[in-house]
Design a protein around this ligand. Structure first.
Ligand code: NAD
Length: 423
């Protein structure tokens, strides 16, 4: 039978597995299997060519038992309701594992920003917020950037929201530019959090990060900063990197200036030139013999059909959903330390929470304060996950890191729902 690749079915499958292991109350399980609220919006936008184009937009509030929904907005030509629902579920577990006072949400619009000019992207961003109105808000649902959205788009959305509510509620959206009270440190917080997890996991594997080789899939916000921080914070050597158009491998280590040059000249990091570099495919990148593999692009990259060929010691899931449930099992059997997305990339939402706290209080911090708070939170999540794995192992039950993280996260949300009288 072909492996299930529908993102929301995968999210439900993961929850079901965790619910079974932790013997979750059946009523809590039933609530947590479905989103609380789903919005599908038809959004007409007057484009710069004078014609009106109709876009489909989504916003899903998965669970808000522990606080306002929190989650990014994607602009993607293949965006689907299933993906948004899955991502909103994963946001619920992410915020809970990080122990921040948010629930889970997510949004998206089916569009191809590569084929749109800046004016049209701005018009769409504003129209999306008008369609949502007060369905978002600092105490309701708080968006942020995700794939193919960025701080500038967040600034337009913020402005539109302020025009609607006529209140300077900067905490409605995070990942903003610092000029409109985005937070110093937020920009690279997803990758930086991933680096702190890598540092802790390296201790567990007795791996010296300074001698480690790394391959990264993706060269966007998550992947690009993972590249710089792997070198700057960890002192590791990045030997391979990719984007949607191609990939490059250089055992001598890659150089950022040359990567940017390749991207500018050829449109892809695959056009990278050096004596020892060779261009490879995205599939080959995932199978390279490296110490650490970092998928930082899209879902379902390591699956039942290629997991066996993955050849790293640690797989750091910086993207959301890059490893399927079947592949998770294969990697666990192969003794590859596969660290789950909603732990590894939680630096983004921890950073968003720090931005929101600063917006609400009006007290703004330097990056060193921000980084220290981020480090403390994500390191605790990592340690909690390892401790839960050990607890189960002591009872003779071997569970993988994803299930350990799920158990912590689901338990907290279930307890909040119970306290609020939802079941
Ligand atoms: P982005 O749009 O900035 O970059 C995406 C990158 O992936 C681009 O380099 C693109 O070329 C590449 N890509 C797309 N399809 C690909 C393919 N088939 N093969 C290889 N590369 C491909 O997006 P981002 O913000 O960096 O997000 C990447 C992942 O990280 C997503 O799963 C996202 O949900 C997750 N994430 C991001 C953040 C954040 O703060 N940016 C936070 C948490 C999780």
């Amino acid at each position: 039978m072909a492996e299930e690749l529908d993102p929301f079915k995968i999210a439900q499958e993961q929850l079901d597995e965790a619910a079974g292991i932790m013997k979750l109350d059946k009523q809590a399980h039933a609530i947590l299997r479905e989103p609380k609220r789903v919005l599908v919006m038809s959004i007409p936008v007057r484009m710069s060519n004078g014609r009106t184009q109709v876009f489909t937009g989504f916003r899903v509030r998965y669970n808000d038992a522990r606080g306002p929904a929190k989650g990014g907005i994607r602009f993607h030509p293949e965006e689907s309701l299933s993906t948004v629902k899955a991502l909103s579920a994963w946001m619920t577990w992410k915020c809970s594992l990080a122990d921040i006072p948010f629930g889970g949400g997510k949004g998206g619009v089916i569009c191809d920003t590569k084929k749109m000019n800046e004016k049209d992207i701005e018009a769409l961003s504003r129209a999306y917020v008008r369609a949502l109105g007060t369905d978002i808000g600092p105490e309701v649902d708080i968006p942020a950037p995700d794939v193919y959205t960025n701080p500038q788009i967040m600034a337009w959305m913020l402005d539109e929201y302020i025009n609607i509510v006529r209140k300077s509620q900067f905490g409605v959206i995070t990942g903003k530019p610092v000029e409109v009270w985005g937070s110093a440190g937020r920009m690279d917080s997803t990758a930086r959090g991933g680096m702190y997890v890598m540092r802790e996991a390296a201790k567990l594997l007795r791996l010296n990060p300074k001698k480690a080789t790394i391959a990264i899939q993706g060269f966007g916000n998550a992947g690009r900063f993972a590249y710089t921080l792997s070198k700057e914070v960890m002192g590791a050597k990045v030997v391979a990197i990719s984007d949607s158009e191609g990939a490059v491998y250089d055992q001598a280590g890659l150089d950022m200036a040359k990567l940017d040059e390749a991207k500018k000249k050829t449109g892809s990091v695959g056009g990278y030139k050096s004596k020892s570099a060779r261009s490879i495919t995205n599939d080959e990148l995932l199978e390279l013999k490296v110490d650490i593999l970092i998928p930082a692009a899209i879902e379902n990259q390591v699956r039942a059909d290629n997991a066996d060929k993955v050849n790293c010691k640690m797989l750091l899931e910086l993207a959301n959903g890059p490893v399927t449930p079947e592949a998770t099992k294969i990697l666990f059997e192969k003794k590859i330390l596969d660290l789950p997305d909603f732990l590894v990339n939680s630096g983004g939402v921890i950073g968003s929470h720090l931005e929101w706290v600063q917006n609400i209080t009006g007290d703004y911090w330097d990056t060193d304060v921000f980084y220290a708070k981020l480090d403390k939170k994500i390191t605790k999540s990592f340690n909690d996950t390892v401790a839960t794995q050990k607890e189960f192992a002591a009872r003779g039950e071997k569970i993988n890191p994803r299930m350990a993280a799920y158990i912590i996260a689901v338990d907290r949300v279930a307890k909040a729902m119970k306290a609020r009288g939802w079941y």
